[in-house]
Write a protein that binds this ligand. Sequence first.
Ligand SMILES: [Zn+2]
Length: 255
Amino acid sequence: MTVRLYAMTLGRLDVDMTAMIEGGSGTARVPVPGFLVEHPKGSLLYDTGMHPSIQRDPAEWLGEARAGRFGFDYPPGEEVSGRLQAIDRDPARIDLVVVSHLHFDHSGGNGLVPNAGLVIQRREYDGAMDADTAARVGLDRRDVELGHPLIKVDGEHDVFGDGSVVCLPTHGHTPGHQSLKVRLDGGDVVLTGDACYFCRTLEERRLPARVFDRDAMRASLDRLAALEGGGAKLIFGHDAEFWRSVPQAPAEIRF
Ligand SMILES: [Zn+2]
């Protein structure tokens, strides 16, 4: 059972580092990652990046306030459908999207993979449907209201039923954030998503300024650390330095 894993950079964001990590300062340009997983039973994406309209006018989709907190480096062709086409994959034939969480830089490209089912933690979905929670945490319900079949899951979820691709609940950043564990020939890779922005987040347990639940996020970091201790390779959410070491599609991530 061979599973293939590919990384794609879906644009970059300039972010305020004081918000990204305790003790951070200044601004930094960070990647917006997306991943393609190919399994004999189907293909999936882990996250779809930003909404394509952000390439023209970030405020149109995000509103002035939210758009004003970031710088955007997102030229045409870097949206997930463009990245897939560049490696001869048809966006219309992607079977599933595992939604890490409903922040704009993770689920904004869902509309570009129109025939995929969305695998989302029920807690995340419910959070987005609750107006107060959605506003406080910045969850965008529009990304799950495009007509995709929704596959709401509770906790760990074995996507293809053979243990090779497993959603891991890593709540805390948002109510129902999930990471993704992918078993490659050489071992497990864990795509942390925003459960862990940077390598340093884990090493030094320095959290972002605003998270939904700090205790839950710390517990999720403990879980990721345990996986790493057990031999898994972690791929972090927004770590520019680390990202340079990750081969980009069409090269495969191997482990
Ligand atoms: Zn993010």
